[in-house]
Design a protein around this ligand. Structure first.
Ligand code: ZN
Length: 92
């Protein structure tokens, strides 16, 4: 009987660990419990982990790492485009 209960509890715990609720709970606990976790200002889905570099002075985490990475990728694209334009201008 005790074995049966233990199995049921273990199964329940596994299901809970895999659920989205436990993920949210972990975020809340990591954040001190009662403080609302600041979400990314760009996607609003992930917790903000890096400050918005465009708001200097107050380094508050505003964007999540994936949006930050996307931004960096956008920078790279701009730089490459600029580089290409300069190369063409010099060649002409
Ligand atoms: Zn984001």
């Amino acid at each position: 009987m005790a074995d049966f209960d233990a199995q049921r509890v273990a199964k329940g715990l596994r299901a809970f660990a895999q659920s989205r609720l436990s993920v949210g709970l972990c975020h809340a606990l990591n954040n001190g419990g009662n403080v609302a976790k600041k979400m990314c200002e760009i996607c609003g889905e992930k917790p903000a982990t890096v400050p918005d570099r465009e708001r200097m002075g107050r380094l508050i985490n505003r964007v999540c790492s994936s949006c930050h990475a996307l931004r960096l990728a956008g920078d790279m694209k701009r730089i490459l485009e600029l580089h290409e334009k300069r190369r063409q201008a010099n060649g002409a």
